[in-house]
Design a protein around this ligand. Structure first.
Ligand code: C5P
Length: 414
């Protein structure tokens, strides 16, 4: 497998790699590299016999994390509880016949088998064994028990074994194990190969050093788009105005404050992107001048602010596009579809997501939203009230499926 070319589609995923005492333990080193190259963080746990085949130091250096080899290595720390905490998957590769038996019946006599009883996440087991053990009725029965509990057991492959015998017992090829991990954690990798630039949140336009003009955007819709695109295999850069949200893992996040900073950052990343989703509520107007010192109210009965138009980022990007697909948002309070349609055409977009921000339970600050997605060429899809995360997935599917004849640039499913 070409490590350098691997897309980092496991970014933000935490994996536990369990290694047991089979000669194939050396292959787990390469598997670890492949998982790391795809962006996953990997904690390695080894059984005692695994350490006879490969030194824990090898895994430690390549994973960049401490390797767990014993239940008793640090009494103050419960490694069998802490290591699988928050893990997205446990992968046991290679798994010996002994380990399959322990996993099947719930025997917990070392750190790895004990961990299996505490892990809350899905599990993939890739057995490896010599001498026809794979066909032994007890092994067959243990595999059946594990599969019945939802564990993914990857059949070993047929071929020459360490003993010289030719039988089914070789550890599944690295590509198969990686594929199984990807299929488990990225059920829809339909955005693989795309580079998505997302903007989110409000902008703040300074009046003086302590005051600014802003809006009610929470950033939740843009963050949801960024997370959905990441989960579907895209590389994502999120340019965000000030929000109270936790930056999503596995996404490059750029923090900006004003419309100008947002415009600069988006312009910098524009050539890189294949798709741009402008979910940010960018200021339309900003103070023409910013007071250097805090403005005083003494002696004033009123104050008039002189505002100028802020850069229309989407229109700017639209003018300099090469092959990017451009998606805008339209937060409206009346005539939602008509206003959104005018923006779609006026800003030269491929699609626009229009929502009525006065609708109860939807819009600014809410976890839910309802929207109409309008596309160039007259396509129109309506989505009722649902979580912003779910809506984000529907929006991405709409953008992915834009008819080729109706868009100014192309987005193919790769
Ligand atoms: O014209 P309006 O501000 O309603 O357009 C909304 C869309 O345009 C959103 O996608 C928003 O992110 C984008 N926009 C922009 N630059 C602005 C204002 C809005 O890119 N100055």
């Amino acid at each position: 497998m070409g490590l350098d070319k691997s897309p980092a589609i496991l970014r933000g995923r935490r994996l536990v790699l369990g290694v047991t005492g089979s000669i194939a333990a050396y292959k787990a080193v390469s598997l670890l590299r492949a998982l790391k190259c795809r962006g996953a963080s990997v904690s390695v746990v080894m059984t005692d016999s695994a350490t006879k085949f490969v030194a824990p130091l090898t895994f430690e250096v390549l994973s960049g994390e401490r390797v767990t080899t014993s239940l008793f290595e640090a009494r103050e720390e419960m490694r069998h509880l802490t290591v699988p905490e928050g893990a997205h998957a446990v992968i046991i590769a290679p798994a010996t016949a002994n380990f399959l038996a322990k996993a099947a019946v719930g025997l917990a006599d070392d750190v790895l088998s004990t961990m299996l009883l505490t892990a809350q996440c899905p599990m993939i087991i890739a057995p490896a064994m010599d001498g026809g053990m794979w066909e032994h009725p007890t092994v067959v029965e243990h595999v059946r028990m594990l599969r019945a509990r939802g564990v993914i057991v990857l059949d070993p492959e047929e071929g020459p074994l360490a003993s010289g015998q030719v039988a089914q017992g070789r550890l599944a090829a690295e590509a198969r194990i990686v594929e199984a991990v990807e299929a488990l954690l990225i059920p829809q990798a339909d955005w693989l190969g795309h580079r998505v630039l997302v903007s989110a949140g409000p902008t703040q336009e300074a009046i003086d050093p302590v005051r600014f003009i802003s809006n009610r955007s929470s950033g939740k819709m843009g963050y949801a788009i960024a997370e959905a695109a990441r989960d579907r295999g895209a590389e994502v850069v999120l340019v965000t105005g000030p929000t109270a949200l936790v930056p999503p893992a596995g996404v490059e996040v750029v923090f900006v404050t004003s419309a100008q900073e947002m415009a600069d950052s988006l312009c910098r990343h524009f050539a890189w992107a294949t798709v741009v989703v402008m979910a940010a509520a960018v200021a339309d107007f900003r103070p023409r001048e910013q007071a250097v010192q805090k403005m005083k109210k003494q002696g004033r009965m009123s104050l008039t602010l002189d505002l100028e138009v802020a850069p229309d980022i989407l229109a700017m990007l639209s003018a300099k596009r090469t092959a990017q697909v451009l998606v805008g948002f339209a937060a409206e309070t009346e005539d939602v579809v008509a206003h959104a349609m005018a923006k779609l055409v006026g800003k030269g977009l491929d699609a626009i997501v229009a929502n009525d921000v006065t609708k109860e339970g939807a819009g600014f600050g809410s976890d839910d939203n309802a929207a109409v997605v309008l596309s160039r060429g007259g396509r129109r899809k309506e989505f009722g009230l649902m979580s912003k995360r779910r809506l984000a997935d529907y929006i991405l599917t709409e953008v992915r499926d834009l008819p080729v004849t109706c868009r100014t640039s192309s987005i193919g499913v790769e």
